[in-house]
Design a protein around this ligand. Sequence first.
Ligand code: SAM
Ligand code: CA
Length: 236
Amino acid sequence: FFLGKRYPSFGFGIPKSSKSSIGKSSPLWQYILDHSLREHPILKKLRLLTADHPCSKMMVSCDQAQLMANLVKLIKAKKVIEIGVFTGYNTLNMALVLPDNGRVVACDINEDYVKIGKPLWKEAGVEHKIDLRIKPAIQTLDELLASGEAETFDFAFIDADKESYNEYYEKCLRLIKKGGIIAIDNVLWSGRVLKPRKDDLATQSIHHLNEKLQRDARVNISMLPMGDGVTLAFKL
Ligand code: SAM
Ligand code: CA
């Protein structure tokens, strides 16, 4: 599934120079894609379809999605959570590498976004692995906890409204098993975490979680300058 051709410079899923340590216009960035990206053809189709959307910048970076798929495979995950689906690129990405009886609990409040990618989940033959919940993600996570699913998940990707990041993290930490991974997206927030303004609640929230994670003894962590920054928290 290698992509033979080069990405257009305005390509979607490609980090902006302000967000990444290697900007999208850098020849090194193109080199990374040319020498590492292996994208399933239907994932590529969904990425290109999403590129036409006015909110296309919300989609996860394709190299980062590939890292998450590799982690999901490495830990032989069966149950994963996606908090913030948008058009479903990473939901599809994870469903593709889960076993046939695996499950992605996919949380979003906006069905119009999800509708864009849903037909491609079907086309890829993984629709049966995706449990879509259209409601506030906090509610879905509480329902999972109430139905006795604590410590049964292997992986979670937190990528919805930034103001709720701490709550998402705490609930995901209860839902995943020891040895499970939580990936927290946009932890650099285009550099705004360096000087969080008091009235900027999203930046404040991300920055506070970053500070908390640095000293959180329940997890080991790595903060990667990939995409807009992603922290991997490994539950101990
Ligand atoms: N992870 C996606 C991907 O792979 O492309 C991108 C997610 S996008 C950055 C954020 C999404 O979070 C949007 O689709 C938005 O509708 C959703 N969202 C915002 N607030 C939410 C909430 N309270 N509960 C669930 N989803 C929410
Ligand atoms: Ca994101």
